[in-house]
Design a binder for this molecule. Structure first.
Ligand SMILES: C[S@@+](CC[C@H](N)C(=O)[O-])C[C@H]1O[C@@H](n2cnc3c(N)ncnc32)[C@H](O)[C@@H]1O
Length: 287
C-alpha cells in the first residue's frame, strides 16, 4: 500500500524554485510558517470537501491581498509560493479562484504565473483596492459554494465593511492577518486622535475600541493586543461567525501579528485545529 503524502509544501516550493524574471515579494522568514499553515489548511479542506455531497456546487478561493504569487525569503533567498499558487495547486480543484491586488505589476505577475497552471481558466484577477472592488470580487464567486478567503494585508488595510460584504456571500471561512503588533500597537497614538483611522476601519466604526481601551486597568501592550483581538472576534460574531482559531506569529523580538481563523460552522474549526497542531518541523505546536 502506498504511503499517504502528508505534506506537499516541498513540492510546491520546487515548482517556484527557478527565477522566472517576474516580480516577487520579499518577506521575513516567518512568512513561510504562515503560508505553510495555510497550504495545509487548503490541502485538508479541498481533500475533504471538493466532491462532498454537501458542496455539490464546489469550493471557491479568494485572496484579497494577492501579491505576485511568489515570495522570496529575505534571510536565505528561498522562493516559496504565495497563496494564489497554493490554491491553484490544491490537490482537488477549486471551482473558482479570485485574487485581488492593488499594484498592477504584481497583479500581472500573479496572472502570468497562474496562466502556467491548470487553474488558468478558473482564475480571475482583480486589479485595484479590494475595499473598493469587493463587489467585483464577489460577482466572480459562484453562488452557493463554500468559500475560503485569505485576507493577508500588509497592515491595517482590510476594512470591516469589506469583510461584512464578503461574509454575506454565504459560507465563507476566513483567515485574516490582524496586524495588532506591527501596526495597531505601533500607531495607537495616531489612531486614538484620528477619526475613521485605519484601526476604526478594520475593527468596524462601531467597535468602541477607544472607550474599551480606557477601561483597561493596566493597559500593557499585551493587554491591548488581547483587547483588540477580543473586539475583532466580537465584530465577526455579529456577522454570524461562531468558531474561532488563532495563531500568534512572533520573532525573538516579540509578536508581529495574529492570524484569526473564523468559520460559521464547527467543521471549519476542526480543520483549522488539525492544521495548527503541528509546526513546520513536524513537532507539536511550539509557537
Ligand atoms: C502581505 S502581501 C500579500 C501576500 C500574498 N497573500 C501571498 O500569499 O503571497 C500584501 C499585498 O497586498 C497588496 N495590497 C495592499 N493594499 C491593498 C488593497 N487595499 N487591496 C488589494 N491589495 C492590496 C500589496 O501590494 C501586497 O502585494
Amino acid at each position: 500500500m502506498s504511503k499517504r503524502k502528508v505534506d506537499r509544501w516541498h513540492e510546491l516550493c520546487q515548482l517556484v524554485a527557478t527565477d522566472d524574471g517576474r516580480p516577487v515579494r520579499e518577506v521575513g522568514i516567518w512568512t513561510e510558517k504562515k503560508l505553510w499553515f495555510w497550504n495545509r489548511y487548503v490541502d485538508i479542506v479541498t481533500s475533504a470537501m471538493v466532491g462532498h455531497p454537501m458542496w455539490r456546487t464546489g469550493l471557491a478561493y479568494v485572496d484579497l491581498f494577492a501579491g505576485p504569487g511568489v515570495c522570496v525569503i529575505r534571510e536565505n533567498g528561498r522562493r516559496i509560493p504565495g497563496s494564489v499558487l497554493i490554491a491553484a495547486h490544491a490537490p482537488k480543484p477549486f471551482r473558482r479562484i479570485v485574487a485581488c491586488e492593488l499594484n498592477p505589476d504584481l497583479a500581472n505577475a500573479c496572472e502570468a504565473r497562474i496562466a502556467n497552471t491548470s487553474a488558468a481558466g478558473r482564475c480571475r484577477i482583480v486589479t485595484g483596492d479590494c475595499n473598493a472592488r469587493i463587489h467585483d470580487i464577489l460577482s466572480a464567486i459562484p453562488e452557493s459554494v463554500l468559500t475560503l478567503a485569505f485576507i493577508d494585508p500588509p497592515g491595517l488595510d482590510a476594512h470591516f465593511e469589506t469583510i461584512r460584504t464578503l461574509a454575506a456571500k454565504g459560507r465563507v471561512d476566513l483567515l485574516v492577518l490582524f496586524a495588532d503588533a506591527v501596526d495597531a500597537l505601533r500607531n495607537v497614538g495616531q489612531y486614538t486622535t484620528q477619526q475613521d483611522s485605519n484601526l476604526d476601519l478594520v475593527l468596524g466604526v462601531d467597535s468602541n475600541w477607544r472607550t474599551r481601551r480606557k477601561e483597561l486597568n493596566d493597559c500593557t501592550a499585551n493587554r491591548f493586543r488581547i483587547l483588540l483581538a477580543d473586539i475583532y472576534r466580537g465584530q465577526l460574531r455579529q456577522l454570524g461567525y461562531s468558531q474561532f482559531g488563532e495563531k500568534i506569529m512572533s520573532t525573538r523580538h516579540g509578536p508581529l501579528y495574529r492570524l484569526v481563523f473564523a468559520s460559521k460552522h464547527e467543521r471549519g474549526l476542526e480543520f483549522w485545529d488539525k492544521v495548527t497542531k503541528k509546526d513546520k518541523g513536524g513537532q507539536k505546536d511550539l509557537f
